[in-house]
Write a protein that binds this ligand. Structure first.
Ligand SMILES: [Zn+2]
Length: 56
């Protein structure tokens, strides 16, 4: 698993967030990534976040 900082603030507590991603070695499983808050542990799927950006 890898993680990197992102310039976004948490919608719950306004803390700093990072993206964690999991690269699957099994091709039947899609790679997935999600955003996590350092402060409160809030999580959301990156794919869901992209959908929200598009609809705004
Ligand atoms: Zn938070």
């Amino acid at each position: 698993m890898t993680q990197f900082n992102i310039p976004l603030s948490c919608p719950s507590c306004d803390g700093r967030m990072y993206v964690a991603s999991y690269d699957s070695s099994l091709k039947i499983l899609k790679n997935r990534s999600w955003q996590v808050c350092y402060q409160c542990g809030f999580e959301r799927e990156t794919e869901q976040f992209k959908k929200e950006l598009i609809t705004v």
